[in-house]
Design a protein around this ligand. Structure first.
Ligand code: SF4
Length: 230
């Protein structure tokens, strides 16, 4: 007995721990959303103000989930998920190991979500201080909430400083989560980041609250992250 599963662009079955590709399905435009994610990250190097576009990655999954479509964003529209999948599976950059149990545990996933939201609120507060004139604009991207990378080469004179400060803060979060996603992809299965991705956890929670039918609350069965998120 084997289970047929699907991943970006193909169907496969698992046999003895190996994936056997059965047939390629026709590519859809939704298979290329990873290009948008990559472009977004690149645009931040040219002008930090493009970071504002990333708000869509926060709002769209929540809207989809709240409007009754469960994890559709994760399963079809998430460019980052696709990017990690392609890097891990197509480019074979992943060690393909199972993610440690503690990363899959509820306390870690909810703890990380809480930490992420707290950092988001701190970032909003810093933006507010610049808006009030209490603090000056800090032209730096903060990676992993620790390392400040000077980022003063972009021209942001056309907007008020708080708009730029928000862009720096938001881009820092997007870049940090991408780095964590890539590290987890390299060390474990390609989509292991999805196990503790704050957006994934939030849409999971919303779906759980909305439905008693659990079939609408989980990711598709690509098993890339080896998670059975409960
Ligand atoms: S869990 Fe996060 S990274 Fe993974 S598919 Fe969902 S939103 Fe994208």
């Amino acid at each position: 007995m084997y289970k047929i599963m699907s991943c970006v662009g193909y169907k496969y079955r698992k046999s003895g721990g190996r994936r056997i590709i059965m047939n390629k399905r026709k590519k859809r435009f939704t298979d290329y959303i990873w290009i948008i994610s990559l472009t977004y990250l690149a645009l931040g190097f040219f002008n930090i103000l493009f970071a504002w576009i990333g708000l869509l990655c926060f709002l769209i999954p929540l809207i989809i989930s709240l409007s009754g479509h469960g994890k559709t964003y994760c399963n079809i529209y998430c460019g980052r998920g696709q990017m990690l999948d392609l890097m891990g599976n197509k480019l074979k950059l992943s060690k393909n190991r199972d993610i440690p149990k503690f990363l899959r545990s509820k306390w870690f996933r909810y703890g990380f979500l809480t930490f992420f939201i707290t950092m988001f609120v701190v970032m909003l507060f810093n933006t507010y201080l610049v808006f009030k004139g209490t603090n000056g604009l800090k032209e730096a991207v903060q990676l992993l909430w620790t390392f400040k990378v000077p980022w003063a080469w972009t021209n942001t004179s056309m907007v008020t400083p708080w708009v730029t400060q928000f862009a720096f803060g938001f881009y820092s979060m997007m870049l940090t989560s991408t780095i964590l996603g890539i590290i987890t992809m390299l060390l474990y299965k390609p989509k292991s980041w999805c196990v503790y991705c704050p957006m994934g956890t939030m849409t999971q929670l919303i779906s759980k609250a909305k439905y008693s039918d659990k079939s609408n609350t989980s990711c598709n069965s690509c098993s890339g992250c080896s998670s059975k998120v409960s």
